[in-house]
Write a new protein. Structure first.
Length: 301
C-alpha cells in the first residue's frame, strides 16, 4: 500500500483518480473486515469525523486514539506504535506536531515490509487531505481547474503548503500573500516548480487577490503556536480577508477556509457567512475526499 504524507505522494494522474473516486456514490466495501487507526496529537473535529465516517462507508472500522492514551515516544516509540497498529489495521492515520513522526512511522512499516498505509491527518508541514477537499470544492464550483487562479492570504502554513502543491498538480496559478518573514520556504517553491507549477509570492494581499477565482485563508495561530498568539496577531494585521479584499477578486470568486475560523481575525464574519463563502461545502467535502483517498489506497490493485 502507498503512503499519503503529502499531496505530491500522488502523481497528478493518481490525484485525478482519487478525486474521481471521491465524487462517486456507488461506494464499495473495500475496507470490509479491515480497520483504520486514527492517532491525534492535537484536537480535530472535521478530520476525525470525516475520516471515521469514510472508513465506515467503505465497510471498515475506525479506531480513534488520543496520543495521551498510546504515549507516543513516551510509553513506546513511534516506530513500535506503528508496527503494533499495523497488526490490526490496513491504514494508520496520524495528526502530529512533527512531520518527522509520520516519516518515522512510515519508515518503520517499510523496513518491516508491512503493507499498511500511513496517512497524514495534519502535521506542522502539511494537510494533504484538506487539499483534496479544497480541490473537490473548487471543482464543484468551476469544473475543470486548469488555468484558474487561487490566492492564499495569511499564514503560509501547513494548509497553504499542501494547497499550493495541489494547485500546481491541478495546473492552477497560485498566489500567496503573507507578512514579511512568514512566507513559504525556498524548498516549498522548488517543490512547486518541480511539479511544473508556479506560485507568485507577495506581501500585498490586494495584489494577490486581484481578479482571482478563489481566495483561501486559515487561522493566524495554528495548533501548537498558542504561546506566540499575541505576536502573531500583531504580525498579521492587514491580512484579514474582508469584504473590501474580496471585492478585488473576480465577481464570481469563492472564499475557502479549512476551519476552525476566527471571525474578526483572518476573516470577517461578513465574508465567511456571505454569499461567496463555500466553507460548508468545503467541510462536507472532507468526507468525500477522505473516502476517495481510502478507497484508492485500500482497493486491491
Ligand atoms: N480543517 C480541519 O482539519 O479541521 P479539524 O482541525 O477540526 O480536523
Ligand atoms: N493551520 C491550522 C489548521 C487547522 C485545521 C493548524 O495547524 O492548527
Amino acid at each position: 500500500m502507498r503512503n499519503f504524507l503529502e499531496i505530491d505522494d500522488l502523481s497528478p494522474g493518481e490525484l485525478s483518480e482519487v478525486l474521481d473516486l471521491a465524487r462517486r456514490s456507488d461506494v464499495p466495501a473495500v475496507m470490509a473486515g479491515r480497520g483504520m487507526a486514527l492517532l491525534f496529537e492535537k484536537p480535530s473535529t472535521r478530520t476525525r469525523n470525516a475520516t471515521e465516517m469514510a472508513v465506515a462507508q467503505l465497510g471498515g472500522h475506525p479506531v480513534s486514539l488520543a496520543m495521551a492514551e498510546v504515549g507516543l515516544d513516551t510509553r513506546e516509540s513511534a516506530e513500535d506504535l506503528a508496527r503494533t497498529l499495523a497488526c490490526y489495521h490496513c491504514v494508520i492515520g496520524a495528526r502530529v506536531f512533527h512531520h518527522s513522526t509520520l516519516e518515522r512511522m512510515a519508515a518503520a512499516l517499510s523496513l518491516a515490509g508491512v503493507e499498511v498505509a500511513m496517512v497524514n491527518l495534519l502535521s506542522d508541514r502539511g494537510h494533504p487531505s484538506q487539499a483534496l477537499a479544497d480541490l473537490l470544492t473548487l471543482g464543484d464550483v468551476f469544473g475543470p481547474l486548469a488555468g484558474r487562479t487561487v490566492a492564499w492570504v495569511g499564514d503560509a502554513n501547513n494548509v497553504c503548503r499542501s494547497l499550493v502543491l495541489a494547485g500546481a498538480m491541478a495546473r492552477m496559478s497560485m498566489r500567496v500573500a503573507s507578512p514579511l518573514g512568514v512566507g513559504l520556504a525556498a524548498e516549498d517553491l522548488d517543490r512547486v516548480h518541480g511539479l511544473g507549477g508556479h506560485v507568485e509570492v507577495t506581501h500585498e494581499p490586494r495584489q494577490a487577490v486581484a481578479g482571482v477565482d478563489a481566495i483561501c485563508t486559515d487561522v493566524w495561530v495554528s495548533m501548537g503556536q498558542e504561546a506566540e498568539a499575541d505576536q502573531r496577531r500583531a504580525d498579521f494585521q492587514g491580512f484579514t480577508v474582508d469584504e473590501e479584499l474580496v471585492s478585488l477578486a473576480s465577481p464570481e470568486a469563492v472564499v475557502l477556509h479549512c476551519l476552525p475560523a476566527h471571525r474578526g481575525e483572518e476573516i470577517t464574519a461578513g465574508v465567511i457567512n456571505g454569499p461567496q463563502s463555500v466553507v460548508w461545502r468545503q467541510a462536507a467535502n472532507r468526507l468525500a475526499a477522505m473516502r476517495g483517498l481510502l478507497w484508492w489506497l485500500a482497493a486491491p490493485s
